[in-house]
Write a protein that binds this ligand. Structure first.
Ligand SMILES: [Zn+2]
Length: 317
């Protein structure tokens, strides 16, 4: 199996259905409505996806739940050949942005990560539609815990909410703490959303696929070597792209934009890294050499120390 480097994975969104069912049973929560007869997550359209996502993650309540979740998610990564994964972690869901609670959650999940053979780093992520004040609190949690495990800061959530200026403080705070920066943009929002994210000083963009609508922006991304964390299966499942063939990842790559492959919230989109590879190979004819180059791009863009990067690049040779 090709070794893989994954840069864009939400810890809650990666929760395997069987794990969530087990946790729900332990806690006496009834989640039967969110699974289909085969036990997979079931939803119809984006709003329903949000409802199911919220229900599934409602059973994740304690640091220990997050430690067990970390193990389950990294197991799933390992099964697809992922050797290094960066996970989005949200103090919003881990202790309600209270710093001492956040430290407890982080310690628990870090211990689980360090016991696992898949190497992991955390990117603390604020939620755009929770607003600028929540983003500031999240950035402070990130800054206080920045180091060799929490290495990045980012923002997800509803791209349509707020302006760039609303979140500049949070991104500046994280940068000053030595964190590397990424931001979801150009998924639901168009090229301007990507430009706004770049103005926050990020070095990678989560998704970024709608940059394809603007030739000058594509050239700018290529020239500056801004890496896109592309999640094709997610884009197809949520209707950002009509189907796999219409996905712009190949066009972006041809025009020199450094692209990588990730799964976003894989069990919700009924995908895995293996599946993403199989579909991309089928639709665009990519071979092992092309995939290896894409994962070397991911390793070079990873928010990790240089010794780890060297090790990853060697494994990807
Ligand atoms: Zn995402």
């Amino acid at each position: 199996m090709t070794p893989k480097v994954e840069l864009h994975l939400h810890i809650e969104g990666a929760a395997p259905p069987a794990f969530v069912r087990g946790l729900a049973a332990e806690k006496g929560a009834d989640l039967s409505g969110i699974f289909d007869e085969r036990g997979a997550y079931r939803f119809d359209g984006f709003l329903d996806f949000l409802r199911v996502y919220e229900a599934a993650t409602s059973v994740l309540r304690t640091p220990r739940d997050y430690a067990r979740l970390t193990t389950a998610v990294l197991d799933q990564c390992g099964e697809s050949g992922v050797i290094y994964a960066e996970l989005f972690l949200s103090p919003d869901f881990c202790g309600g942005r209270d710093l001492s609670a956040w430290r407890e959650y982080l310690a628990a999940l870090r211990e689980a990560a360090e016991a696992h053979e898949v190497e992991m780093r955390g990117i603390v992520t604020c939620v755009r539609h929770f607003g600028p004040d929540a983003a500031k609190e999240t950035a402070l949690c990130a800054a206080e815990t920045a180091g060799d495990f929490v290495t990045g800061f980012g923002m997800g959530g509803d791209e349509g909410r707020g302006t760039k200026r609303d979140f500049a403080w949070a991104f500046d705070c994280a940068r000053e703490a030595g964190l590397r920066l990424t931001c979801h943009a150009g998924e639901w929002g168009g090229p301007q959303s990507v430009r706004d994210a770049l103005a926050l000083g990020v070095e990678r963009i989560g998704h970024g696929v709608r940059a394809i609508e603007d030739r000058a922006l594509v050239d700018d991304l290529a020239e500056r070597g801004i890496v896109l964390e592309v999640c094709p299966g997610s884009n197809v499942a949520l209707g950002v792209c009509r189907d796999w063939r219409a996905h712009p990842i190949e066009k972006l790559r041809e025009r020199g934009v450094p692209v990588t492959i990730s799964t976003d919230d894989p069990p919700f989109f009924h995908t895995t890294m293996e599946n993403e590879h199989a579909r991309l190979a089928e639709v665009f004819g990519w071979d092992e050499g092309e995939f290896a180059e894409i994962h070397r791009t991911a390793a070079r863009a990873a928010f990790c120390d240089e010794a780890t990067r060297k090790r990853l690049l060697k494994a990807l040779e």
